[in-house]
Design a protein around this ligand. Structure first.
Ligand SMILES: Nc1ncnc2c1ncn2[C@@H]1O[C@H](COP(=O)(O)OP(=O)(O)O)[C@@H](O)[C@H]1O
Ligand SMILES: [Mg+2]
Length: 336
């Protein structure tokens, strides 16, 4: 593959809290390639949103800070940019959409004003040209009466329409990268599918790269070509989506997959992952998943597993695959 448009290396984003340092993102590595959709999937509290906010340098300060790491965008480390340079890039080169449009839409401005402002800030378009582009953008995101919607306020729109407007704003400057953080979680299932299909088709049409953050492997299957599984501030498995779904290797990924409701619909027994992600102020000493892991070995409680490359496109961090682990077992078999 060609060189990545975004390369995240050893990213650590921590928070100082009354109960200690919360190591929310704790050594994350991944690469995003031109024109692909990469998913980051994991349960609530695994550090997905803080990873995305770190890329935008929007981590809530002063409690939160990037402790160390690099974020290479087109071979420049974003962490070396000045505040102004980062502001010029944010919303232009890299745009972000969130779960809840009402938190990022301005309730007192019309839809037109908000799209036009997004373009004005970066000098992409102004005046009549910007207003025309606002209507074009609404068309692009599948809004059928854009001339009417530009005059409306966010509260006059349905949840699905608001999400489309937020996508229109995010794409108005033709970004290279779209960060989509649980973009459909707040929507009902039918609208969810429409918005996901819209994002997938826009990503292809515009040739942009998309980082899709979700807790739902079903969504990953629908839109992402590759997938990183995140647990307790780290990536524990990475694979092309089709391989991940066919042949998950990390016991956590297996658990996530086995607990997908679609399996129950196919008559398979529905599995529940017991327990929750531990608090980031107190990550366990060894493997962070050990306490919940059905394949736990003695070493897992004491030693954090390193990364094992299973193939050029696959990696997993689990003692089951680590040849240095004294008790290394044979890799898990395919689930039937
Ligand atoms: N402002 C904050 N102060 C302290 N801890 C935080 C703050 N924001 C997030 N965290 C912690 O960081 C961890 C990861 O959060 P987040 O990235 O939002 O998880 P996810 O998006 O995967 O659900 C959580 O345990 C959360 O409590
Ligand atoms: Mg989140």
């Amino acid at each position: 593959m060609h060189s990545p448009i975004l390369k995240v290396q050893n990213l650590h984003t921590w928070f100082e809290t009354p109960t200690g340092t919360a190591r929310a993102v704790d050594g994350v590595n991944f690469e995003l390639y031109q024109g692909e959709t990469l998913a980051i999937v994991g349960e609530s509290g695994s550090g997905k949103s803080i990873t995305a906010l770190s890329l935008m340098q929007l981590v809530p300060e002063p409690a939160g800070y990037i402790e160390k790491g690099s974020i290479f965008y087109k071979n420049r480390d974003l962490l070396d940019l000045t505040w102004e340079e980062m502001r010029a890039l944010r919303g232009k080169d890299i745009a972000m959409i969130f779960q809840e449009p009402m938190t990022s839409l301005n309730p007192v401005l019309t839809v037109e004003k908000q799209i036009v402002e997004a373009m004005q800030v970066h000098g992409t378009a102004t005046g009549a040209e910007a207003r025309k582009r606002a209507v074009d953008m609404l068309n692009k995101v599948g809004i059928r009466s854009p001339q009417q919607v530009v005059r409306q306020f966010p509260h006059e729109l349905s949840g699905g329409m608001r999400q489309r407007v937020m996508i229109a704003i995010a794409l108005s400057n033709n970004p290279q990268i779209l960060l989509a953080d649980e973009p459909t979680t707040a929507l009902d299932v039918t609208v969810q599918a429409q918005i996901l299909d819209l994002l997938a088709s826009l990503q292809k049409e515009l040739g942009m790269s998309m980082l899709l953050i979700t807790h739902d492997l079903g969504i990953v299957a629908r839109v992402a070509q590759r997938c990183c599984v995140m647990y307790a501030g780290q990536i524990v498995e990475e694979a092309p989506t089709s391989e991940l779904l066919k042949n998950p290797q990390h016991p956590y990924t297996r658990g996530l997959l086995a607990s997908l409701p679609s399996r129950a619909r196919r008559g398979q027994e529905l599995y529940t992952l017991e327990g929750v992600v531990p608090p980031p102020t107190r990550w366990p000493k060894g493997c962070r998943f050990a306490l919940r892991c059905p394949n736990r070995m003695d070493i897992c409680k004491n030693v954090l597993p390193g990364e094992t490359a299973l193939s050029p496109q696959r990696r997993v961090s689990c003692h089951l695959y680590n040849s240095d682990s004294a008790e290394a077992a044979v890799p898990l078999e395919n689930p039937s």
